[in-house]
Design a protein around this ligand. Sequence first.
Ligand code: BES
Ligand code: MN
Ligand code: ZN
Length: 494
Amino acid sequence: MKYIVSTGALLKVKTDWLVIAVPSTQKISGLVGLEENGQQMIKGALATGDLKEEVGSTLVLRMVPGLQAKRLMLVSSGEKDQLSEKNFRTLYSAILTGLRASTAKSATISLEEIAVEGKSLDWLCKQMVVNGEYSAYQYDTTKKQPAGPVLRQITFLAGNRKQISTAQRAVDEGLAIANGVTCARQLGNLPGNICTPGFLAKNARALARKSPKLTVKIIDEKEMKLLKMGSFLSVSAGSAEPAKLIIFEYKGAAKTEKPHALVGKGVTFDSGGISLKPGAGMDEMKFDMCGAASVFGAMTSLIELAPKMNVVGIVGAVENMPSSTATKPGDVVTSMSGKTIEVLNTDAEGRLVLCDLLTYVERFKPQSVIDIATLTGACVVALGGPATGMFANDEALAEQLNVSGEASGDRVWRLPLWDDYQESLNSPFADIANVGGRAAGSITAACFLSRFTEDYRWAHLDIAGSAWISGGMKKGSTGRPVGLLVDYLLAQAG
Ligand code: BES
Ligand code: MN
Ligand code: ZN
């Protein structure tokens, strides 16, 4: 979609749809000066209660005398002068739903009546673009009928000329973030028979061709063996699809500047392996590469935003399948770190992939490492969709991610990594077991990873609940936590 920032009197705006937020007081300052007939039409509609007071209620009026706009959409913004963040989201999503339900191709939204508590114009514009793109995205790749036409253009009407440059910059940044989110959603939504490890590798090469600042290296199974990635390879053992290790390097600063690293779990389908999952809902395990997709998404945003910093993105792409060559419960494998792992459950495969990536990333001497993974069903039980589970071995990093989560609306909630949980991973046959029992499943999974991240500042994001929406016609990838990651990276670039 196209976004334009402009300014001018509401009365004079020529547009198919003019959208204005109306507080409970029903005072619309921008419409002062509207001719008598028009005033009466609006006042009459409001007085008869046609516009409900509930935030996000809408009313559409056609051919309002004195307005150049063909239609006027009034949206209730509630009692306060300033909207809470939650009410803003309700209001804006009602606007988008209303526009999408109509045949509108373009719309103009007046910004002056939309103020959000403690948030700047910059934040507002960014959010409006990111959410606008979120609602515009429709998956149709594997459908015969392409998705229908939707809204093509939104104009933001700023209150004065001085705001235009701020708003325009925010719109550009919002679009770059949104493109990253869309990239992640699209990869997530693709079925497992299309989005294989090889497909991800091909896409990585295509992405790197888009910018001289982005390079990619693909490591195949033969080379992984030379690197002694016995843990990662044990997940791939049962699959006919060869695993791929994808290494992106975004170079926006001097070589001497140490990079920040993102590490994504890219299990393109998780059947559970020999510890086979139950059948119900197993299709959703195509989303088990959403951590990897978020690394692709973040790289997409980075090449558009071009910040002066270095970022490494590592993706472990692999399929987890049962077969006669698959890893069996009780097998002991040797990770790249040299630590041996008893694979008690082949369905706890994410950590087996990640531990070797987390050892590999040491060679970049990273300033920070964030891994992103649909790691545990227990995280879905604990936090559901609203929050990504966060673990960190560094207080400042945890705090920065918290701040970025709040700023981007892509929130995290920290869980403990206390030593008390470590002993459940003891094994009589190896240095560590890959599962820790029923209790605190997300925490023991993070504890497993922590054994491989002692040499750098590290955070683990468990996106099992936040990366996609489950079940029914709403099923689909959310693109999280691309918004969070990009906000965090930009903050590090200063
Ligand atoms: N990919 C799953 C985690 C998952 C499950 C994410 C459901 C979202 C929804 C992961 O590989 C897995 O299977 N984890 C197991 C670990 C267990 C065997 C210790 C789980 O959560 O059940
Ligand atoms: Mn699994
Ligand atoms: Zn998995």
